[in-house]
Design a protein around this ligand. Structure first.
Ligand code: PLP
Length: 392
């Protein structure tokens, strides 16, 4: 019988360290904010908190445009982005190099949009040239979707460089920053992003259940020309309610999650966006070095590896269930598995949100002890030693 209490300092199973690419550990300040009294969502008090939260959201997106909160997960924002800007029968080009690129394909197909795929090998990133060639080859493409941080593979797409290409085309530039906003460089205005979406439970370190979206003037023009075939995610309704004084949401929002987002975004701004991004990059670099120090192999092409999640090949001869089961049940560290065809072959370390060397030391201790226990490596401490060197 495993005794987690032995390894978890007497703390219960509830005290598992989440090293997932979302949800991430939520700051006690954010949890406390959620316990405030629920107010009337059609009243001045909620209007105030909504205004402040959406303004903070725009600062984090780095856009002068308004942001909108959606009660729903990141996928709700992805669907909102696509369904409101591209009409059924029109063409959209989706970059697909992992699970979330695939999701954009499915969303577009669900809405009767002509979904074109720009396939890139999982573990590699699309290049601006590929986008340019695809747009040159088909002038009917109304919008492209790019997943900034493909969480399933641990790859970051060059969204700034793609933005430069997009300036030469009328097609809208839709970017999913669900697992990168607040952890990697995202400057909506500077990069020329027309529609940017994100979620609460990743680098912003709020609980799951909220998403956000911001749109450029060009994107709003498209919204006005598209007969949306979604009711709950209708952006015209979101805009109408958001323009009220005090602002509202069309339907009942999660008031408590709005408090949580408000507090989480304040924490992001207190740290400073640049500092926060630098902290994530440092954690990514340290994680990659520690993975190598343990003799493990990265899944993603290192040149384009993510600032917020590191995907690692599971060594031959051990199973995902044994590996991640042991890090979680024996050592109190929860890692993510692979998705789709990577299931059983890859594990993923989410180093996003509120993390530093402390969490990485614990994580790599758990990985090292587990792998040694399973007979896959000899030196259980090599990863931890590497982390300490990275943070000296
Ligand atoms: N996009 C990316 C890049 C993600 O990592 C995720 C979630 O893992 C999503 C979209 C979907 O978000 P959600 O699971 O919150 O719907």
């Amino acid at each position: 019988m495993l005794n987690l209490f032995l390894f978890n300092g007497g703390k219960s199973m509830d005290d598992i360290l989440l090293m997932l690419p979302g949800p991430t550990t939520v700051d006690p300040r954010v949890l406390a904010a959620m316990s405030k009294a629920v107010v009337n969502h059609r009243g001045a008090k909620y209007g105030e908190i909504l205004t402040e939260t959406t303004e903070l959201m725009s600062k984090v997106f780095q856009t002068p445009n308004k942001s909108y909160l959606l009660t729903g997960s990141g996928t709700a924002a992805m669907e909102t982005a696509v369904a409101n800007t591209v009409a059924p029968g029109e063409k959209i080009l989706n970059v697909v190099g992992g699970k979330f690129g695939e999701r954009f394909m499915k969303i577009a197909q669900t809405h009767g949009i002509d979904a074109q795929e720009l396939a890139v090998k999982w573990g590699t990133a699309v290049t601006p040239k590929q986008i340019e060639e695809a747009l040159d080859a088909d002038e009917d493409i109304k919008a492209i979707t790019v997943v900034h941080n493909e969480t399933s593979t641990g790859v970051a797409a060059p969204i700034e460089e793609i933005g430069k290409v997009m300036k030469n085309y009328d097609a809208l530039y839709i970017v999913d920053t669900v697992s990168s906003l607040g952890g990697d460089h995202v400057d909506v205005e500077k990069f020329g992003i027309d529609v940017c979406v994100t979620g609460s439970q990743k680098c912003l370190a709020a609980p799951p259940g909220m998403a956000a979206i911001t749109l450029s003037d060009d994107a709003w023009k498209a919204v006005d020309n598209v007969e949306t075939n979604t009711f709950y995610l209708d952006l015209k309704a979101a805009r109408k309610s958001g323009d009220k004084n005090p602002p509202e949401t069309p339907y009942t929002p999660s008031v408590s999650l709005t408090y949580a987002m408000n507090e989480a975004l304040k924490i992001v701004m207190e740290e400073g966006l640049e500092n926060r991004v630098a902290r994530h990059h440092k954690a990514a670099k340290a994680s990659v070095a520690a993975v190598k120090a343990l003799g493990l192999e990265l899944f993603a092409d290192e040149a384009v590896s993510s600032a917020t999640v590191t995907a690692v090949k599971i060594p031959e001869g051990i199973t995902d269930a044994d590996f991640r089961g042991t890090t979680r049940d024996k050592y109190g560290v929860e890692l993510a598995g692979g998705q789709d065809h990577l299931k059983g072959n890859v594990f993923r370390i989410g180093h996003m949100g509120c993390i530093s060397y402390k969490e990485l030391v614990q994580t790599f201790a758990a990985i090292g002890m587990t792998l040694k226990g399973l007979g896959a490596i000899d030196d259980a401490g090599a990863g931890v030693a590497s982390i300490t060197e990275s943070y000296l």
